[in-house]
Design a protein around this ligand. Structure first.
Ligand SMILES: Nc1ncnc2c1ncn2[C@@H]1O[C@H](COP(=O)(O)OP(=O)(O)OP(=O)(O)O)[C@@H](O)[C@H]1O
Length: 441
């Protein structure tokens, strides 16, 4: 049976009392604490359904309690109360494992929403994750983190190469969270024309623009209560980044052509195969938005980094594909396994799936051989004349690559060293040093 007791921690008696009354009205039991020490003692003595803690306490801070709970009762959802506008605190708390935060002054509406979702949280989120195949340490780590992330409301930023399962991971986080019964809305930010973005994301009122002949919801309204997955988030134009940041901060959206804002309760998971930190450095992505999206990051491993796993991943996928197609399940023979073990998989699991699907369609027997896989050899396009054995000694090889790049840049800029350095993305001084070292006249 679910425990219905909430632990509340605050050293201001007014707030404590207000919270207590509100929670009791919701049919819950309450235990109060005013210090970190009292709270820790209570957690050790009894099981709670939810913990609400202030950030500033006389003998420490709320983060200590969040961390203590992670150790002592990891399935207990803990939310922190933060001073309005102190987003740093909120972010730090989410990173430490808090399930959500509430800005002070706490409204009854916010408190209700928080309690409702906390008490619905599944007790055990370590369900078998059938979706994600692979047992390499990297994949096991990802799976474990997904389980943990499902227990919080924190924004998650997923990195990984194309086809490495970022969207699948986002879906799994959603499915295992207390939002599972609500919608999961995937959005490919790179696929929406810039002039339609605002209306697609936030919806529009009738007559907001020519052609808007009826009111429409946007992605955010469609995801209400659930999760929105912003794929290829690096492709959002700067103007849209500002609007998204506002939505995250205010938890409200305004339809195009409307004067009212609607409250929105949507968890944001974002992903990109680009390096978002580099996009920030290059001025293409707002740092403040990056910071809000990237509260916790999850890295999906590339398939080539789980070599030991490729054979079993391939066989599992093949079994799934054959069963879906209603065909007998073929096995991968030794030649196929060797070929797969040596292949680089630039397109990761998606590519492997495609390779197997094609092989399955072409094979008539009960086993698949290397020739059925049609793997394209990886060609080193940049340096076609370099063959195996030409890469060592390493220093000579690297010098050769460097020399080639510099000479090309010099020719391109008609031997203007300043322009060449710029093209190469190095300083003039660094170029001069390299010219000297490589003996380039
Ligand atoms: N570890 C995995 N186990 C099982 N299937 C996987 C795994 N990783 C990826 N897939 C499958 O590969 C395909 C591509 O995955 P997904 O769309 O999640 O990748 P992605 O990283 O979001 O790709 P992109 O960057 O191109 O958007 C899907 O069919 C997905 O089910």
């Amino acid at each position: 049976m679910l425990d219905r007791t909430v632990l509340i921690i605050d050293d201001e008696s007014d707030i404590l009392e207000l919270l207590e009354i509100s929670l009791i009205r919701m049919g819950l039991d309450v235990v109060k604490a005013e210090t970190v020490a009292q709270a820790q003692a209570a957690i050790e003595q009894q099981k709670f359904a939810l913990c609400l803690t202030d950030m500033r306490l006389p003998d420490g801070d709320g983060l200590e309690i969040v961390r203590f709970i992670q150790q002592a009762q990891p399935t207990l959802p803990v939310a922190v109360l933060t001073a309005h506008g102190n987003t740093d605190n909120a972010v730090t708390a989410l990173k430490a494992g808090a399930f959500d935060y509430i800005n002070k002054p706490v409204t009854l509406e916010q408190l209700r929403a928080l309690v409702k979702s906390a008490l619905k949280m599944p007790e055990n989120t370590t369900l078998a994750m059938q979706g994600l195949v692979g047992n390499s340490p990297a994949m096991q780590q990802a799976r474990e983190l997904i389980g943990k992330l499902a227990r919080t409301q924190a924004p998650v930023y997923i990195t990984g190469e194309s086809g490495s399962g970022k969207e699948l991971a986002a879906r799994l986080i959603h499915q295992q969270s207390n939002r599972a019964a609500m919608p999961f809305v995937p959005v490919n930010c790179g696929a929406i024309p810039e002039n339609l973005m605002e209306s697609e994301f936030f919806g529009y009122k009738k007559g907001a623009f020519t052609g808007a002949d009826s009111e429409r919801d946007g992605f955010f309204q469609a995801a209400q209560g659930g999760t929105i997955f912003l794929d290829e988030v690096a492709d959002l134009p700067l103007a849209m980044q500002v609007k998204l940041l506002r939505v995250i901060q205010e938890k409200k959206v305004r339809k195009l052509g409307s004067s009212v804002e609607e409250p929105i309760d949507v968890r944001i998971i974002s992903a990109t195969h680009q390096n978002l930190a580099q996009c920030v450095e290059a001025g293409r992505f707002r740092q403040d938005l990056f910071y809000r999206l990237n509260v916790i990051s999850l890295k999906m491993p590339a398939l080539r980094d789980m070599r030991e796993d490729v054979a079993s991943v391939a066989q599992t996928l093949l079994t799934r594909l054959a069963q879906e197609a209603g065909m007998p399940v073929p096995v991968l023979n030794a030649s196929a396994l060797t070929a797969l073990a040596q292949y680089d998989f630039p397109g990761n699991v998606r590519e492997l799936e495609n390779i197997l699907e094609r092989a399955l369609a072409l094979t008539s027997g009960d086993s698949i051989a290397a020739t059925d896989l049609h793997l394209t050899p990886v060609v080193d396009e940049l340096l076609p004349e370099r063959v195996a054995g030409a890469k060592w000694p390493l220093q000579d090889y690297l010098d050769g690559v460097e020399r080639e790049a510099i000479e090309e840049a010099l020719v391109q800029t008609r031997y203007n060293k300043t322009a060449a350095a710029k093209l190469l993305g190095i300083t003039f001084r660094a170029l001069r040093y390299r010219l000297e070292r490589l003996n380039i006249e």
